[in-house]
Design a binder for this molecule. Sequence first.
Ligand code: SF4
Ligand code: SF4
Length: 295
Amino acid sequence: MSGENVPNDLREPLQEKILADYPRLGPDDTFRFSCQPGISCFNKCCGDVNIFLSPYDVLRMKRRLGMSSGDFLAKYALMPVQKDMRTPVVVLRMNDDQTKTCPFLTDQGCGIYSDRPWPCRMYPLGLASQKDTPDGWRGDRFYFLLQEKVCKGFDEPREWTVREWFDDQGIDEYDEWGEAFKELTLHKFFEEGGVLSPEKMAMLFTACYDVDKFREFVFGSTLLERFEVDEDFVEEMRYSDEALLRFAFLWLRFSLFGEPTVKVKEHVAEAFKGKLDKKELFGTKSAKGLEEETR
Ligand code: SF4
Ligand code: SF4
């Protein structure tokens, strides 16, 4: 089990400290760590932590629990609203008791182990990246060790490379989805000072995190009449949450930032030629539509 939290998006000033002070690990660097039942600190780390959830974390967990995304978010997530927040934040809700343990913790360890979220897989590794490199956040990323005091895993003899840890914890799959999500949350629109309207923020949240509600929107509105989407892919979206999330990311990049990630059907584009700004038609209007048509 690896239950300590590593925020998906390390925030300042913590990020500044990490960039300045922490030893940087690359894929072939090694560290000593082991975590298993029997260790004296077993289960002591899965409580009172802020675990930031990505859309893919929510998708995996709600499916594991056999719940709709809406029910999962209502029961297990907190969506703190902060001033200056540019994109939605979703945090795993700890139990409302003195110890504030994770709701998925059992005597045997994590009760959703094979679907545990990214931060729980990563621990004891954290991820940091420089934003001010020429190619942005992708430019200079590195890993570092988060040594929580309670954790005795560092006293164990087992040695890993970062690469081996990733393979063991199944992190690559999560990272691929994480990268796709960052195409939205770290978009240059935000770096250039852009701010989403409350409607667009709601659209971003719903399409990314409430995948079942987004499915209702996709199949219950005129959206598919307006965009060219491969027929097989449309069918896949009916039953595959992953396909739907992939479409959500592409559609949001189009709707929010005007990127050519989905293609407007020719007759629709023709009908609006010269009459309306494309972003206005498919951005603001779509956000309203998403709210109204899924209500
Ligand atoms: S999801 Fe599992 S590993 Fe993560 S904090 Fe909860 S019990 Fe621990
Ligand atoms: S070794 Fe570390 S990660 Fe494992 S249970 Fe103990 S505190 Fe948690």
